[in-house]
Design a protein around this ligand. Sequence first.
Ligand code: ASP
Length: 706
Amino acid sequence: MLFSERVPCGRLTPDDVGRQVLLAGWVDAFRDHGGLLFIHLRDRSGIVQVVVSPEVAPSEVCERAAALRSEYCVAVRGQVKQRLAGTENPRLDTGTTEVMVTELTVLAESDALPFAVSEKAMVAGAPSAEAEQVAEDLRLQYRYLDIRRPSMLDNLALRHRIFQTVRQFLDERGFLEIETPVLTMSTPEGARDYLVPSRVHPQNFYALPQSPQLFKQLLMIGGVERYFQLARCFRDEDLRPNRQPEFTQLDLEASFIDEEFLYELVEELTVKMFAVGEIELARPFPRMTYAEAMDTTGSDRPDLRFGLRFVDVTDVFAHTDYAIFRQILQRGGCIKGLNLKGQSPRLSKNVLQNEYAKEIAPSFGAKGMTWMRAENGGLESNIVQFFSAEELEELRRRFDAADGDVLIMVADPSYEVVTSALGQLRLHLAHRLGLIPAGSFCPVWITEFPLFDPTDEGGVTSSHHPFTAPDRTDFDPTNIEELLALRSRAYDLVVNGEELGGGSIRINNRDVQRKIFAALGLSDEDVRERFGFFLRAFDFGAPPHGGLALGMDRTVAMILQTSSIREVIAFPKNRSAACPLTGAPSAVKREQLAELELLNLGGQDLLPGTAEKEDWIDRLSWVSRIGIGAEERSVMEETVRRAEALAALAAEKAGGEKPMYSVVPVANRMRPGIEARRSELAQSGRLLKNAPSTKGDYFRVAGILE
Ligand code: ASP
């Protein structure tokens, strides 16, 4: 079979009628019309109907065809024909043609399928399998079959297209695609590291990168000026929907630039990426400071597809008689609310009081929720009698309330509680009331983040990462209040309430970087140990630089409007960070752990079941680099027991003498024949100063070499 002649199934057009073609792919579906067999043959390009008719095909082809089942991999040869009028399938791109088979080869058979792969019904009007709900873990277990489904394959193809768009655009803008190491040191991005043990350096670990942050900054110091990478990043975080332990970031960095350069670059790129999904984004993207976002939406990733902005009404109640509000305000609290325009027919008193005030608002952390309905030119609720006419009048004015509107308010001594609870109510209500327009995309830059967040221990932690430039550099790193007032030169790109990415202008001055580490409470030694190599680079003329990373799985999922990011990743982990296809993560053989010298790490407590005797066997196993299987263990135990008994006997016979240590005489192995010279350090004794045990000029080692 000459596969070079192969024609893609989905590309056949009426122009091909009369042509002899070779097709190869999978049996998507088949229908037997009493000896006349219709097959949907599918390959990556699409589906075409092939027909096996006893009038055209030799009898052995008909017999072979009759034995075909779903997902058999086959090749057919035949002539392209125009379908008879009335038998066209409008759901297929090739629906006006079919191929009359004359040759058929079964390339590989298929077992019965765990779920349907076919998404296109053969008969016009019949329901397609597209909507079939297959348990996600089953799909992931048989991901290769799942990927055969055209909708899944389309997702991967569009992801590819978006990635190519990124590459082309950044190449045109002078960015170099450069890979950075995957086996590396810890990079601080606020998550836990995945560690990889080194066999060559026993009991030492690489960390998988949480991001290429340190390396991309080193590339800037290396004079690369413009870098990007579609980088795999790894973060061992608690499970949350739409998070993956490994994910892909578009990571970029540039030198001699400022925020405006990045806004312009990333906006243009984002517009191009969304255009792949036929989504038009208007530029420039609006910008909002962190403070404004929190103040008006209660979130640093505000969903701006709908209004429901918060109105601050704290001052309206400055002299209120309503005891609850008065007490809250006396404790320095605030009151914010929002207006659900025209929603009173859909939000009954019962729903507002019994669902929202009593259940939903408290579940979002609020101690209560106040609601009022605008009616008959005034405001109605279960508590309006406690407010003065002026207060009610002012509320109507502030909220721009008209009859039919519903106002909800949250009051609390804590600003965070008010904004967080009202922010969640805002989203809950927008979803419930259907206020989010379908197919709308609202990007926004969030700027001027706080540089630090407070810690429970009374210190500070970086809200982005410690390399982000502060808005000013004359701060005192020991003054917590001053540190918490600092803003950063960081920015996040948020679309529809999801953070697609973020970055910052970096610190390029070593003294400022040291001050930030000091503010974070890192000792000089910590800094040296963790970032010494990085800080050293700043001693050599670091250019001003900045960058950003976009979460590509999220971005692609948003552009393709899929239900989860797993739909745009070929082999994702499931919701519990496991891979149902390969079974990862999995236990490893003791031999592997022994080889990596990990069996004794952390002692017995950390490895339950590792008895001391077993430790001995494992120890021997790695010292001698011989794997000891479970069935050999008892033999080894007996051998070790006998050896120990023998050693005890020998010690007894030697009259309590300590075991002997023999050392090799000093010799010059590099230049044989030339007498070895003892260094001055050795002569003065400084060379062995840190040795745990010495004998004369020698450093004692244990009886067994480890
Ligand atoms: N490294 C950051 C992150 O992964 C992004 C950046 O600052 O460029 O979130």
